[in-house]
Ligand binder design. Structure first.
Ligand code: GLN
Ligand code: ZN
Length: 754
């Protein structure tokens, strides 16, 4: 008989209960309600999975903040500065590591593979000791057993744990493997003694490019874990193909292997021939990263093939990865059109699907009927109005190669723009948004709830735009912005105005800690029924003689921060977005906007996990950006903005965007990004952020002069722009005003010096 399971469940709760509980605790320091909420959520999620028919639920997938941080705490991999607090008040110490407090700064945070989830990076050092320091996995397992639920503790595997950590001294984290393994062995013993039958060891790093030393570390680690008393071990891999690590993964001494058959169905044959028959194969057959109902015509052949090759006694069916990356319950989305809702599967629906597949494979007629019904729904989806629109497809298919081109070379454009815009050397500007004041937030909420009409709302926005323009004129910025007061979110604002998008009410996904995002759903062909930003930009420009920068979110970023349809390739969806935005660019130009910024903060995070896939991704991503900006006249200055400072590996792609000006984050890293420009002569202009907008601290003029001088050691004076790191929407006016005044003064001081 086929078994069913899942690798992890969303923690935040269907109504973001955990978020609320966390934020209350952070305010009042009262732990009891937080811990009660956490416990209730765990129980609810296990019961929900059991009700869906799942045989073994996951435990220790839950976390109050982050599972990598939990692993660090579990093995006492804690920097000394937190220890006193941790001893006095473990919960306060834990959150100090996660998010800092008045005295202690937080651990670093970074992206979890190619997802939008951020994990806390454990901070290790050479010679570090580990010991088993907590019993969270066992405690959660006991909690489930008390409810009569069969459970499997989820652990981050030792090698991935080390690979995802960093050392303060720059030493190789894998050097610590020998001292870490005994702590894992002790944990496995503890679990086995308590009667735990299986543990899950997550090793997502097995889908990355690994060097020989790392492969060796895998062998050493798993050989050592196999020696002691231990529950059976399920080694899980996800987010891609094992590729050249396949032999390694199938030969490690474990009792089961989970593979991702959604992103990498092609690996099934080789896994079937390499994996010993008595091992459990956990087949990740439905997408844990997206929200669409699975296509039985894709899934059934895969699982039938497995059953034919090795029977079903050692077969588990599961989603491809943890369900952390999807919302919980699509049936809550009653405001969506019924047909669209019927195409969606969030975590709960995915578990039901898994159950249907298992039962259908075992010959159950009801399950087969349910899958037939699902196929019928998906056939209807293909034909539904708006999913495929001929005019959108035709435009994408008949694009001329010219579409990716500006009219002249960057060098020529620079001369034309210098004359047209007549900017001083070291021009000053901002990244787009200005502080979102309470007045704006209330006006937006009132407008959404229809407590105020369009006219009143727009008057509030116009007033704000005028205030922002006058402010910028007064302090002497050179290229102005309208401040983006009309935008709730840089993707949602555009999605709401484009065809092919839908928005959920409760479709929240954890981004980090209590922070959640609600990605739009791209379900149909994308087009732009009418201009989206032109009226606001035109109004702002009408108030001043200085150039006002039009502000758009680029196609790659919209794609990256949405749930994307699974019936069209990502590059094609991106192309449709690019064409819609291209029309906006041209309309802005016709409305007299001479500077247009196309933000692509997510360009880098879209990079695939495997290096071999970088170039094809960058190819289409760059092409889409170029199509968005293509065809504009030489005098129109195209800017782009990116919020990260690791630049070296993609600098050629960034240059290939052919933007006239790019602004990038760099102040926190003290202009480290400039290293990238030492060997690579960047052809366009660059605004490396001169102050960190993520902090309320007001930087001094001298600090910014220093940073700019450092920038001038690698950049030509004619290349350098002066701007903050990112948009100012999360800042208050109190710090924004003095910071920008100091920034403008820094530019002025330096102008006289060069
Ligand atoms: N233009 C946007 C802003 O200023 C850019 C935001 C971002 O880079 N994430 O808010
Ligand atoms: Zn930014």
């Amino acid at each position: 008989m086929t078994s069913t399971t899942y690798l992890g469940f969303p923690r935040i709760g269907r109504r973001r209960e955990l978020k609320r509980a966390l934020e209350t605790y952070w305010q009042d320091g009262n732990a009891t309600p937080l811990l009660d909420t956490a416990k209730a959520l765990r129980r609810r999620h296990w019961e929900l999975a059991s009700a869906a028919g799942i045989r073994t639920v996951a435990v220790n997938d839950f976390s109050l903040y982050d599972h990598v941080l939990d692993t660090a705490v579990l093995f006492d991999a804690v920097p000394d500065r937190y220890r006193t607090l941790l001893r006095e008040n473990p919960l306060a110490g834990y959150f100090a590591m996660a998010r800092g407090n008045r005295e202690l700064h937080a651990l670093e945070m970074t992206k979890w593979f190619d997802t939008n989830y951020h994990y806390i990076v454990p901070e290790l050092r050479a010679g570090q000791r580990f010991r088993l320091n907590a019993n969270k996995p066992l405690a959660e397992w006991l909690e489930a057993r008390e409810l009569g639920i069969d459970a499997r503790p989820v652990l981050l595997g030792p090698v991935s744990f080390l690979l995802l950590s960093k050392t303060v001294d720059g030493s190789d984290t894998l050097n610590l493997l020998d001292s870490l393994i005994p702590a894992y062995i002790e944990l496995l013993e503890q679990l086995a003694q308590a009667g735990v039958a299986w543990v899950q060891l997550d090793e997502p790093c097995l889908v990355q490019d690994l060097d020989a030393a790392t492969k060796h570390a895998y062998e050493a680690a798993y050989t050592a874990l196999a020696i002691g008393t231990s529950p059976k071990r399920l080694l899980t891999t996800y987010f891609g193909s094992l590729g050249d690590n396949l032999t390694l993964a199938t030969s490690l001494p474990v009792d089961g292997l989970h593979i991702d058959l959604v992103r990498a169905p092609e690996q099934l044959d080789s896994v079937l021939s390499a994996l010993p028959k008595q091992r459990v194969l956990s087949a990740g057959i439905i997408d844990g990263r997206n929200i669409w109902r699975s296509e039985p015509a894709r899934v059934l052949p895969l699982i039938e093939k497995i059953a034919a090759a090795r029977g079903t006694d050692a077969l588990w069916l599961a989603p491809s990865c943890s369900l952390l990356h999807v919302p919980i319950d699509a049936s809550q989305e009653t405001a969506l059109p019924a047909d669209l809702r019927s195409w969606l599967a969030f975590a709960q629906q995915k578990l039901e699907e898994i159950q249907h597949y298992a039962k259908a494979l075992d010959g159950d007629a009801t399950a087969k009927a349910a899958l037939n019904e699902q196929s019928a729904l998906l056939t209807a989806r293909k034909r539904a109005h708006g999913v495929q629109r001929n005019e959108v497809r035709a435009r994408a298919n008949t694009l001329s190669p010219q579409a990716t081109q500006r009219r002249s070379s960057l060098a020529h454009r620079r001369r034309v723009q210098a004359e047209a815009l007549a900017l001083p050397p070291l021009p000053t500007t901002t990244i787009g948004s200005f502080p979102q004041t309470d007045i704006l937030r209330h006006a937006r909420a009132d407008h959404r709830a229809e407590r105020i009409d369009n006219h009143t709302y727009e008057a509030v926005l116009r007033e704000e735009i005028e205030r922002v323009i006058r402010f910028q004129e007064r302090i002497g910025l050179d290229v102005l912005v309208h401040g983006e007061p009309e935008r709730n979110d840089m993707v949602e604002y555009f999605g709401e105005q484009l065809d092919g998008f839908a928005f959920t009410r409760h479709g929240w996904v954890q981004s980090y800690g209590s922070r959640c995002v609600k990605p739009p759903i791209i379900w149909g062909d994308v087009s732009r029924p009418q201009p989206m930003t032109v009226a606001w930009s035109r109004y702002a420009q009408s108030l001043t003689d200085k150039p006002v920068k039009g502000m758009l979110t680029g196609p790659v970023t919209v794609l990256q921060w949405s749930f994307v349809r699974d019936d069209l390739s990502r590059d094609q969806v991106c192309l449709q977005l690019a064409l819609a935005l291209r029309d906006e660019v041209h309309d802005l130009e016709s409305a007299g906007i001479r500077v247009i910024q196309i933000d692509e903060p997510a360009l880098r995070e879209g990079l695939p996990i495997r290096h071999a896939e970088h170039a094809p991704y960058l190819d289409w991503a760059v092409r889409c950006f170029r199509i968005t900006a293509g065809g504009t006249s030489d005098g129109t200055q195209i800017h782009t903005h990116m919020c990260y400072s690791e630049f070296n590996d993609i600098i050629e792609a960034v240059a290939a965007l052919d933007a006239d000006v790019i602004s990038i984050e760099s102040s926190r890293s003290r202009m480290e990004l400039l290293q990238a420009f030492e060997d690579f002569r960047y052809p366009g202009s660059i605004g490396p952020g001169v102050y960190d907008i993520h902090s309320p601290r007001v930087p001094s003029q001298q600090e910014m002069v220093d940073l700019l001088e450092r920038a001038l050691t690698v950049l030509e004076p004619g290349q350098l722009w002066v701007n903050p790191d990112c948009g100012l929407k999360t800042r208050g006016w109190k710090e924004t005003e003095p910071a920008l005044v100091a920034m403008v003064n820094a530019a002025r001081a330096l102008r006289t010096a060069i």
